[in-house]
Design a protein around this ligand. Structure first.
Ligand code: GCB
Length: 607
């Protein structure tokens, strides 16, 4: 899946800005065909952003169902003869798109782009009415799942098992773009190297042609100097004296594909390419054949007011803070992030564990918080409907992100029930699907704390073991001595069971900024620092540990609940990105680790 771009043969117009906005409180919008006329509403909404926290209105924030966006869009005169497309980088969680009166696209899955060819419905030089209805409902058939109940007085309420607020709306950019009639439809690259010679295996698929066109590709270095050329839709480009893409030292070549007929250029597309390899070998995680140790965070796309709306300035700030703290990686917990984030990581050498939105696939969680335990893998729970959406989520994620050198692991779920009967039957086909779609990257899932090695049924299906552990917080709260012993014992059991590389993908306590204690009391800033230091001591003693990603980079908004005060406070930074003291301790450790652990043996002492 290629991201739209402007070049010699393609045009691109950004459609972000203010849209007319209407909340469909009584679910009448589709029946009354609101797309057929200007939306009758005094509200306007900025795009991209979540709408929830923008209006001082509880009814809008808590609304369950559709909201509508609308604006006029003018198609440039010069686009006559081209194919014209609309692209939404995301609509959370379901989007329906009309061009004037015509439904042109419908897509479910709130964190993935989709597009529509609207050539037949628009006229170059004229404007059209763009209307989008966006539904925020989560059901047992969506990824992530959720359930909706209706109160006695008729209010619809959304519940879900994941720990982040169900922000909704048009979170990412919208685009109008043109392509020629014959197009480069997709490009896949797989890179490698042998000594100082790099290789770029490429496959270019085309659409709209007669079969008589020719395809050629060329590869340029970062200075724009052409290094290699090849004819044909698939082949291998060889790169002498290759500069590898390395964590902390990104280097990007650019691959240009061209379609020609009779010497005339029909279409072209340029893709940044990082040459690097990723591999699991025994207990090691290798990038370019060298052991890599992940440092960083599980993160969230989450900011004050705009919620999950993408903002380039805030993205840059988050990456700058990752750099400041010495992190070399992050996980896109718990959904695919905006493509701008992935591209930024490519350009700056940040390593990414790329996760689907499959979070909350564990119906036993209720019991932990005093409710009723339900079976997970049964009809009406995590069933074939969930699996169908999950397959779509994996397929779209790999299609979108397969060419990013920063992506080194596919994480196909966060904390599913991995110990109940049915877990293997559910996950095995999904792992196989992921491997079929991309045989070059390790595949993992993130294991929940209840699924200890004596109970868990899935680890052998995957390449890496990714664990979320909260000893010292949800268990052994306030008792770091016991927590340390239990944590080490468990990590050693995992190591003995699978002998695979292990990454701690979540660990950390809720921490109230400004709360201090000389007794290392839970919620204090001192406790957070002591908690993380304890985990680090243990990681440094366990050989198979190849990474540590603290939960969370920053405080983030969640649904209401007795365990959350205006959201989850496990951030090392506050929600407005101010450091808690733990940030300074991490900075010290990770800056030191970057010099010692990457590409070397673990020899760092605990911070
Ligand atoms: C987890 C989840 C994460 C939560 C975190 C917590 O295990 O993966 O989404 O936010 O715990 O803070 O409870």
């Amino acid at each position: 899946m290629l991201k739209p771009q402007a070049n010699e043969t393609r045009e691109l117009i950004n459609l972000d800005g203010l849209y007319r906005f209407k909340v469909d409180f009584d679910r009448s919008g589709h029946r009354e065909e609101w797309f057929k006329a200007p939306l009758a509403s005094p509200l306007e909404m900025g795009v991209p952003a979540s709408y929830n926290d923008v209006f001082p209105d509880k009814a809008i924030r808590d609304h369950v169902g559709y909201v509508w966006y609308q604006r006029e869009v003018r198609v440039p005169r010069g686009w006559a003869g081209d194919r014209i497309h609309l692209r939404l980088d995301s609509a959370t969680h379901e989007g329906m798109v009309w061009v004037d009166d015509v439904l042109v696209a419908q897509h479910t899955g709130g964190y993935m782009p989709f597009s529509a060819d609207i050539t037949d419905h628009v006229t170059p030089g004229r404007a059209f009415r763009l209307t989008i209805s966006v539904n925020n409902e989560l059901t047992q058939a969506t990824i992530p799942p959720g359930s909706i109940t209706v109160t006695e007085d008729g209010r619809r309420q959304q519940s879900y098992l994941h720990d982040f607020y169900n922000y909704a709306g048009l979170h990412r950019s919208l685009w109008l773009f043109s392509t020629p009639a014959v197009t480069v439809d997709d490009i896949t690259v797989v890179t490698g190297f042998d000594g100082t010679t790099g290789s770029v295996d490429y496959t270019v698929s085309t659409a709209g042609g007669t079969g008589s066109e020719t395809v050629a590709v060329s590869l340029k270095d970062a200075d724009g100097v052409e290094l290699a050329r090849a004819d044909g839709p698939r082949g291998t480009l060889s790169v002498a004296d290759v500069v590898l893409w390395k964590p902390g030292a990104a280097y990007l070549y650019s691959l240009t594909a061209e379609i020609r007929a009779g010497g005339q250029l029909l279409d072209t597309y340029t893709l940044p390419v990082g040459v690097r390899t990723v591999e699991v070998s025994g207990k090691e995680f290798l990038i370019n054949g060298e052991p890599f140790y992940f440092t960083g965070f599980g993160m969230h796309e989450d900011h004050v007011t705009v919620g999950k709306g993408h903002s380039n300035a805030q993205m840059v700030n988050d990456f700058q803070l990752l750099d400041w703290v010495g992190a070399n990686s992050f996980r896109t917990s718990h959904y695919p992030y905006a493509e701008e984030v992935m591209e930024f990581a490519d350009r700056h050498g940040i390593v990414v564990i790329d996760e689907t939105a499959a979070v909350g696939l564990h119906l036993g969680f209720g019991a932990v918080f005093g409710g009723i335990a339900k079976k997970t893998y049964e009809d009406g729970g995590v069933d074939e409907n969930t699996a169908a959406s999950h397959r779509q989520a994996i397929t779209e994620l790999v299609a979108r992100d397969k060419n990013h050198p920063s992506v080194v692991i596919w994480s196909i779920a966060n904390e599913p029930n991995g110990s109940e009967e049915g877990a293997r039957e559910y996950f095995q086909p999904l792992v196989e699907l992921t491997r079929e779609l991309d045989s070059t990257r390790p595949v993992g899932y993130v294991n929940v704390m209840f699924d200890t090695p004596d109970k868990e049924l899935l680890g052998d299906l995957f390449d890496v073991i990714m664990l979320n552990r909260y000893y010292g917080w949800y268990l052994n709260n306030g008792d770091l001595e016991t927590a340390e012993a239990v944590l080490e014992k468990e990590l050693r059991e995992w190591e003995a069971k699978y002998g695979k590389p292990m990454i701690m993908t979540e660990y950390g306590p809720d921490t109230m900024p400004g709360f201090h204690s000389i007794y290392e009391q839970p919620w204090s800033e001192e406790y957070q620092a002591a908690f993380l230091a304890m985990y680090h001591r243990v990681f440094d003693r366990v050989d198979a540990m190849v990474g540590e990603q603290v939960w969370n980079f920053a405080d983030f908004q969640t649904s209401n609940g007795i365990m959350r005060v205006d959201g989850n406070k496990k951030g090392v930074f506050t929600r407005d990105r101010r450091p808690k003291p733990a940030a300074f301790a991490l900075r010290q450790r990770w800056t030191a680790l970057a010099g010692v652990k990457n590409g070397s043996t673990k020899s760092i002492s605990a911070s």
